[in-house]
Design a protein around this ligand. Sequence first.
Ligand code: NAD
Length: 323
Amino acid sequence: MQNKKALVLGAGGFIGGHLVKRLKKEGYWVRAVDLKRHEYNESPADEFIVGDLRDPKLCEQVIDQPFDRLYQLAADMGGAGYIFSGNNDAAIMHNSATVNLNVAEQAKKAGVKKLFYSSSACIYPERNQLDPKKPVCSEESAYPAAPDSEYGWEKIFSERIYLAYARNYGMNVRIARFHNIFGPEGTWTGGKEKAPAAVCRKVAETKNGEIEIWGDGEQTRSFLYIDECLEGVERLMSSDFQGPVNIGSEEMVSINGLVDLVSKVAEKKVNIKHVPGPLGVRGRNSDNRLIREKLGWAPSQTLEKGIRETYAWIAKQVTENKK
Ligand code: NAD
């Protein structure tokens, strides 16, 4: 029997890189596409095509057959420093929306059998995330829409692109809203890194025990380890449920709490210096009632376990970069 075929768009990125590895282990033939090759691993993909999905011609070339599975992870994204500064708003909207419009159209033409789209917790309205202790992120609370960033607006627009293709052309789509995914082999420096990687790097790098944190550190988030994210994606893809559904952790922590956890794992005493910086919403946590109901499963691993894996990897990068 021929191998099933998967196409991973955004395979040079953090989640895409891990996904390609997982699909190869599961026996898929994999085509990978990205603007760039993966920075931290040699991709095991059967084909790795470097190209720009904003170009409809490139989309035609790479989505040229009815793949069993297409995973659309390509996006212009980064952590708070990239998304909330305001300087990248037009690029984020133009780049990611163009990719999604191209991919949906070409996937329809090629008769792709099942398409996964990675949306984000950033689509949830700011009004429900003002209280750091009680953020509301249940799936239906997305409307009336009022994300706090253009990144979030593009994501909710693109959810609707895929839902419209499903409605009008019978496209078989699955949509997940990821909540802060982290782990080894992700961006850890340079300005696009997210909170867990940034905190691990700062703690690994500090000489005098002091690290800078944006804001008062009382803002809350939850963070999901990459392996559980991919488990959720696989379960969603194998189910009949279209989504959108949250894939995130319900273990909410303040940024100060995250620093405490990382310093415990690093066995370092750390003092926080609070400085002004871009913040995002006050509180955010995954609400896993729908995923439990529809898939009979939800992430359960502790944050500490994932932080141990991630800190070890980032501390190694910090040491090697100094050589
Ligand atoms: P990432 O930035 O590491 O990966 C995205 C990849 O897309 C990058 O390698 C980038 O080069 C590629 N890309 C961007 N524009 C492209 C283009 N025009 N043509 C080809 N490739 C292009 O991000 P990630 O953390 O792996 O996230 C993957 C997906 O999941 C993204 O869509 C992101 O918005 C979504 N998501 C991630 C998180 C998270 O916490 N990591 C949370 C919510 C949603």
